[in-house]
Design a protein around this ligand. Structure first.
Ligand code: NAG
Ligand code: NAG
Length: 296
């Protein structure tokens, strides 16, 4: 009787504490669609993103300033607003008028603990970025910069998501199809990592995930997609990758980007330099993701 009672109150998915950020701005529709998906899945989520578009600002960090006369992105806050602020009806949605790194760190250190009973987030999720972040773009990306800061400065495992389709879109516009698909795909990867147990990722590792184009005729159903384990950059002069899909050289993010089909690339990145992590730390990541990964 008692065990039956316990089972019946266990949540369907394991809910964890999540901090979200991006570089396109706190009011861009991709991060809001993903916020809703994570919240609906039962997670405890706080969003802390830049007040303005901070695309391409990498790992810059500076104290937040009063919002200029133009206001936050897409008029999501009035000109002259304070350096940090929240949505009036949902205080889990927060802006920080500075860089992506500053935004996520303010979320981790200041905002999230207020909702998490003083505790830190267990996982950091950035994006989905509007536009891909592959190979040589990775070091410049603010979406990656924020993810890496969570790992390096707070010791929180992080995943950076980017999607090829779409243009920057305000949160209060109708949700585009690609934004829904990217949120579902990002949730699927997140759920897999959470289900794999702690530590969610090896020490010093972040995941760099890139979604392909979504169109009305192709790659528009979550079941159309295949997930491929990749490396960030070509590895011609690098040490071997972990043994995977019958070789010890993983495909690159470029290989997947230029390939026809609905392929998602997932690289295990080294948060200390934003390159591919060594084989010893690729292996546990591949093991965690195994049940959703495909070979080419
Ligand atoms: C704030 O949240 C409310 C309720 O969810 C929503 O209607 C409004 O558009 C949001 N505004 C911003 C800027 O997030
Ligand atoms: C943000 O900046 C990037 C690069 O400067 C640009 O491509 C993008 O369109 C901008 N987004 C908005 C909403 O203006």
């Amino acid at each position: 009787m008692r065990s039956w009672l316990l089972l019946s109150i266990l949540p369907l998915t394991q809910a964890i504490r999540i901090i979200q950020s991006n570089d396109d701005g706190w009011a861009e529709i991709n991060i809001r669609t993903f916020f809703d998906a994570l919240t609906n899945a039962g997670h405890d989520v706080v969003l802390s993103g830049p007040a303005e578009n901070q695309s391409g600002t990498s790992s810059s960090d500076a104290p937040p300033k009063t919002v200029d006369a133009d206001g936050c992105i897409f008029n999501s806050c009035p000109g002259g607003s304070p350096p940090t602020g929240s949505n009036a009806t949902n205080p889990r949605l927060n802006y920080v008028n500075s860089f992506p790194v500053t935004s996520i760190m303010n979320g981790i250190d200041v905002t999230a603990p207020k909702f998490f009973g003083g505790a830190k987030p267990e996982l950091a999720l950035t994006g989905p970025n509007v536009g891909s972040n592959i190979g040589i773009q990775v070091p410049f990306s603010g979406t990656v910069g924020a993810a890496v800061a969570a790992v390096m400065e707070a010791g929180i495992p992080a995943i950076a998501f980017s999607g090829r389709s779409g243009d920057p879109t305000a949160w209060n516009q109708p949700t585009p199809l690609y934004s829904k698909i990217y949120a579902e795909l990002a949730l699927k990867i997140t759920s897999q990592i959470v289900a794999s147990g702690t530590p969610y990722l090896p020490q010093g590792v972040f995941l760099n995930v890139n979604f392909p184009e979504v169109t009305s005729s192709e790659c528009n159903d979550i079941d159309d997609f295949r997930f491929i384990f990749t490396r960030v950059n070509p590895g011609i002069f690098s040490e071997k990758d972990t043994e995977w899909c019958g070789t010890n050289r993983l495909p690159t993010e470029y290989d997947i980007f230029f390939r026809d089909g609905c392929f998602v690339s997932i690289s295990a990145g080294d948060a200390s330099d934003k390159t591919t992590v060594d084989a010893a730390r690729q292996k546990p990541v591949a093991d965690k993701l195994k049940s959703i990964l495909s070979c080419l």
